[in-house]
Design a binder for this molecule. Structure first.
Ligand code: C2E
Length: 284
């Protein structure tokens, strides 16, 4: 990984990390087939009413010996070992199957969004695979959103843009998150086939409560993104002050522990049913 001539100095800590990485890499191969992976669902809400507008699927791994392993630990291992395509397509199928089931049972009729790794995106025949997952599960394309980091445009940008255009034509929402990490300039955003920019917690939180500086950065960026005809949403909302900032910005959709943490499928179902029967009206 460090290239020709690259090196690092051996030490015990690194050896432990490497051993754990090998353990997790081997474990991941069986995890997929032994149902150790599952999805949780985090509601996205209308900032004014608190009503659910959709939700995001997030993957979880319950390792038989090590317990819960966070995605921030195993997704990079899946990416470097090449297993990420299998995992992402398993997750996508599961998310679409579950959503279609909820639609059919009239639990709700809302869209789901999923994260796709951008590491091998251009090699994944993404359009064909998504097409067949939607056909097999019966989910209508406009109930699916893909959340991608801007690094998706780093390799084979032309090919990626074409694939995303095709997905958008099918009715799928394309969201760019972790925007601002370096690959895409604001001016380039308007030429990309995306509909939404999702701001995360790092934009408005740097260890302290929401500061005036952070708030004005968010306002500036949201204004620019809006002026390009793109939607702005935000995740990682933990406090009322943060919520109020995005209400002020006319942000259409928010997500975060302030509204609800990610929920397992049963709890999510209860959340959706409770809301359907007894609408939560906030700030009105
Ligand atoms: P992400 O897409 O930005 O997901 C949001 C993360 O923020 C989730 O962490 C979620 O649990 C967490 N979060 C939600 N509300 C709050 C809040 O109010 N405060 C804070 N501090 N955090 C909050 P999680 O589930 O650990 O996922 C981390 C990342 O792992 C995701 O970031 C995504 O990049 C990746 N990931 C998760 N599921 C999948 C998947 O199925 N496939 C791929 N390729 N990546 C995934």
């Amino acid at each position: 990984e460090k290239g020709a001539g690259g090196y690092f100095i051996f030490n015990r800590d690194r050896e432990n990390v490497m051993n754990e990485t090998v353990l997790l890499e081997n474990g991941l191969r069986t995890a997929l087939h032994e149902e150790q992976l599952y999805l949780v669902y985090q509601p996205k809400v209308n900032p004014l009413t608190g009503r659910m507008t959709g939700y995001e699927a997030l993957i979880r791994w319950n390792h038989p010996e090590l317990g819960a392993i966070p995605p921030s630990r195993f997704i990079p291992i899946a990416e470097s070992s090449g297993m990420i395509a299998d995992i992402d397509f398993w997750m996508l199928r599961e998310a679409c199957r579950q959503t279609k089931g909820w639609h059919d049972l009239r639990i709700h009729k809302l869209p789901i969004s999923v994260n796709l790794s951008t590491k091998h995106f251009y090699r994944m025949n993404i359009v064909g695979r998504i097409h067949s997952i939607l056909r097999q599960t019966g989910l209508e394309p406009h109930y699916l959103g893909l959340e991608l980091t801007e690094s998706v445009f780093m390799n084979q940008a032309e090919q990626v843009v074409e694939a995303l255009e095709e997905l958008r034509r099918m009715g799928i929402e394309i969201v760019i998150e972790e925007f601002g990490t370096g690959y895409t300039s604001l001016s380039r955003l308007r030429h990309l086939p995306i509909s939404t920019v999702k701001l995360d917690r790092t934009f408005f939180h740097n260890g302290e409560d929401l500061t005036e500086d952070n708030a004005s950065v968010v306002k500036g960026i949201a204004g620019l993104v809006n002026s390009m005809g793109l939607r702005v949403t935000a995740e990682g909302i933990e406090t009322e002050t943060e919520q109020e900032l995005f209400v002020e910005l006319n942000c259409e959709e928010l997500q975060g522990n302030f509204f609800s943490p990610p929920l397992d499928s049963r709890s999510f179902e209860r959340y959706a049913v409770a809301e359907r029967e007894d609408p939560i009206i906030k700030n009105s």
